[in-house]
Design a protein around this ligand. Structure first.
Ligand code: SF4
Length: 716
């Protein structure tokens, strides 16, 4: 997507259009790119594009594009795995592909195709092509970072509403918005303008968050500052008050909610006083929140895409929040959380189940899934393997090789176990923009990936509008797009027909045919994208008209046809039918002896505005804003240990110890500390507990216990 070339001051200049991928959001913010003599010199907001404006990361993207440390050609290790220095040696693409194809084929012949795992981290974009590669190769073991990050919220919504919804921004008719542990000011800055605009229009905000975030400061009418990991108890406290005081939509509940009686009985114990004891949210604040929401309907809700499920009871905690939303009765109502009436038949990454071959091949391969024995319910509900037991899979010989696109071993709890597991594989290859030692020191080959400025697939999908992306500059060095790598690897493995002989345009056309268009037509549409007029008006309360279920009957797409606050499906798999609350495995209430030794509650995983997970620390303008890892602690806790601002401290859990700098802040509750993740030299995930949610297998990143000590500058 670009304009004609011009000449200015002897330089050939042109403008092109693409989008940013630095925070791994879907959809991504649009970019207008200024190019001189084939080099990008400036990026700015893209006009007439649905997502934006660019945040500080997007504006710094050229520092990544032209970073001197970018990986520009394939490399192969020359020292044994486990060596401090992999001794990377440049190899040709041909040699790299040959080695990968030979090693994967050998392992398939000797041990079975299912012993090979294909994995996509950040960016998420290559998922459809890599998933196709996995199934075509014959393995169902395709994993993504969403198995650590957010997929459990999708699972909870599917179980409750029969729909994969994470909530919705306020609309014109919305009167209140419940924001649950989401800080878009940092995690999704493009949403903040819309949220602030809605506030000006009178929308009331109740925000649940253990911290006073910029989102809380700018939006909250009521802030519920809870102890991390107790979201389920807080939600039950809301339900208790709503039912006791009649502050819910009784007509909706009577007709459309399954399990009301059981829920009402269970919620009785969550009195405001009891909820205050568990969550530390004052009873009066809880009452204010419920009253405000009940008086300000319709209500919408914006859930965290991950924080609520990062606990040992995460899936049920998230379901409890969804039960609150359900009881207000505004689901799929004007001003509430609405499902699209006429979605295009494409998935969020602009692909189809036909393209990924999930529909055709996964049912035949499913019994070979490596997670079957551990998380059978997850296996049944998700196309992606639960990867959080990778060390166990490798130790048991269930996975012997991996192909990793954009992987980050630091995302896992007690990271060293995962690094060791990758190192023990018979073979591992990766693709990335940079050599990242915490992951790549454990693999055999690393391939150079093309950036968003250099690649094409996938398309960008916004409702009923599609935008084509095309490379705006030539790839740096020998970098190749992840999709292209997946297609070429498919050909090398013997599946030339299935991978369009490596032709990316033909692969995209196979997807676009589903909506009656093509790459050429999108190209003709230009930077403003191609709109597909809706075949009819938006319809609300689709459940009343049989528009949510494949059988056309009225109701929700759940086994009972209702919103399931009580799930027989969960009960049949041995889990609680109701969204019951359980204390974190390690907490002051569940393990008081441990809490006596480690008195502070550890909250991890909070976003910062300048980095995405472990990425972007190599960009100078962003690194200047946060030069080193910090622990945020309340001044009251700091005073107990004589800790001052910027002191070097040790942070210790029952699982290990790291060093960081202290930042004193009243934004965190006394007794709670907050540490961001992704620092290779102070990896908080190395010392978090490895407790997994029994339903989803998600990690309890938000409920550990710890202590902080000042590093003695002059030890005796
Ligand atoms: S929010 Fe920032 S990092 Fe994310 S897509 Fe937009 S500009 Fe890029």
């Amino acid at each position: 997507m670009e304009t004609a070339e011009a000449t200015r001051a002897g330089k050939t200049t042109r403008v092109a259009y693409t989008y940013c991928d630095l925070c791994n959001q879907v959809p991504k913010c649009g970019m207008k790119v200024h190019i001189e003599d084939g080099r990008i010199v400036r990026v700015e907001d893209r006009e007439n594009y649905p997502a934006g404006p660019l945040c500080m990361k997007g504006l710094a993207s050229l520092e990544e594009q032209y970073h001197p440390d970018r990986l520009l050609h394939p490399v192969r290790r020359t020292t044994p795995k486990g060596s401090v220095d992999p001794g990377w040696q440049r190899v040709s693409w041909d040699e790299a592909y040959q080695v990968i194809a030979e090693r994967l084929s050998e392992i398939k012949a000797k041990h079975g195709a299912d012993k090979v795992c294909f994995y996509v981290g950040d960016p998420k974009e290559p998922r459809p092509a890599v998933q196709r590669l996995a199934y075509t190769f014959g393995t169902p073991n395709f994993g993504t970072e969403s198995c650590v990050c957010s997929r459990a919220t999708v699972m909870a919504a599917q179980l409750t509403f029969g729909a994969q919804t994470g909530g919705a921004l306020p609309g014109k008719l919305t009167r209140s918005c419940l924001v649950w542990t989401r800080n878009p000011a940092y995690s999704a800055p493009h949403e903040m303008g819309k949220l602030l605009g809605a506030k000006k229009q009178g929308v009331k905000y109740v925000i649940v968050d253990p911290r006073v975030t910029p989102t809380v400061r700018q939006l909250a009418d009521v802030h519920l500052q809870l102890r991390p990991g107790t979201d389920g108890a807080l939600a039950m406290g809301m339900i208790h008050l709503m039912l006791e005081r009649g502050l819910f939509d009784k007509a909706f509940a009577d007709r459309w909610i399954e399990g009301m009686e059981d829920l009402a009985q269970y919620a009785k114990q969550f009195t405001p006083a009891e909820v205050e004891r568990i969550t530390r949210v004052p009873a009066q604040t809880l009452e204010e929140a419920v009253t405000l929401l009940a008086r300000s309907r319709p209500l919408t809700w914006m859930g965290s895409s991950q924080a609520t499920v990062h606990s040992s009871n995460g899936l049920q905690n998230h379901r409890a929040i969804l039960a609150v939303v359900a009881l207000f009765g505004d689901f799929d109502a004007p001003g509430g959380v609405c499902l699209p009436t006429h979605p295009l038949p494409l998935l969020p990454f602009g692909h189809t189940l036909d393209f990924s071959r999930e529909k055709e091949l996964l049912p035949k391969l499913r019994e070979l899934r490596v997670d079957n024995d551990y998380f059978p319910f997850w296996t049944k509900m998700n196309g992606e393997v639960q990867m959080n037991l990778l060390p166990e899979y490798v130790e048991q010989g269930r996975i012997r090789a991996m192909v990793i696109f954009g992987g980050n071993a630091m995302m896992w709890p007690q990271t060293a176990r995962y690094q060791a597991a990758i190192g023990k594989l018979d073979f591992a290859a990766a693709a990335d923009y940079f050599l990242r030692p915490w992951t790549h020191n454990y693999v055999d080959i690393v391939l150079p990936a093309a950036t968003t400025f250099e690649r094409m697939s996938p398309i960008a999908l916004f409702g009923r509008k599609i935008y084509l992306r095309e490379p705006v500059v030539e790839p740096s060095g020998e970098a190749k797009a992840d999709w292209q790598i997946a297609l070429e690897l498919g050909c090398r493995l013997g599946y030339r027909e299935e991978f369009w002989h490596g032709d990316e345009t033909n692969a995209l056309n196979a997807i676009l045919a589903k909506v009656g268009t093509s790459v050429d037509k999108l190209r003709e549409a230009g930077p403003d994208g191609l709109a597909f007029p809706a075949p009819g008006e938006e319809v609300f309360r689709k459940y009343e008209q049989g528009l949510l279920r494949p059988d056309g009957k009225p109701g929700f797409n759940t086994p009972s046809g209702k919103v399931e606050v009580s799930s027989k499906t969960l009960a049949q798999h041995g889990f609680d039918a109701l969204p019951t609350y359980r204390e974190p495995v390690e907490s002051p209430l569940s393990t008081p002896e441990l809490a006596a030794e480690f008195p502070l509650i550890l909250n991890t995983g909070s976003r910062v505005p300048m980095f995405t997970h472990s990425k972007l620390r190599e960009l100078p303008s962003l690194r200047r804003l946060m030069p080193h890892p910090v622990v945020n602690l309340n001044p009251a806790d700091a005073a107990v240990h004589g800790i001052a601002e910027d002191d070097e401290v040790t942070l210790e859990t029952a699982h290990g110890r790291i060093r960081l700098r202290a930042h004193l802040s009243r934004d965190v509750l006394p007794g709670v500390i907050d540490v961001s993740h992704g620092w290779a030299d102070a990896n908080i995930n190395e010392i978090v507990p490895r407790h997994l949610d029994p339903v989803s297998g998600f990690v309890a990143f938000k409920e550990g216990l710890c202590r902080v000590r000042k590093v003695d500058a002059n030890p005796a």
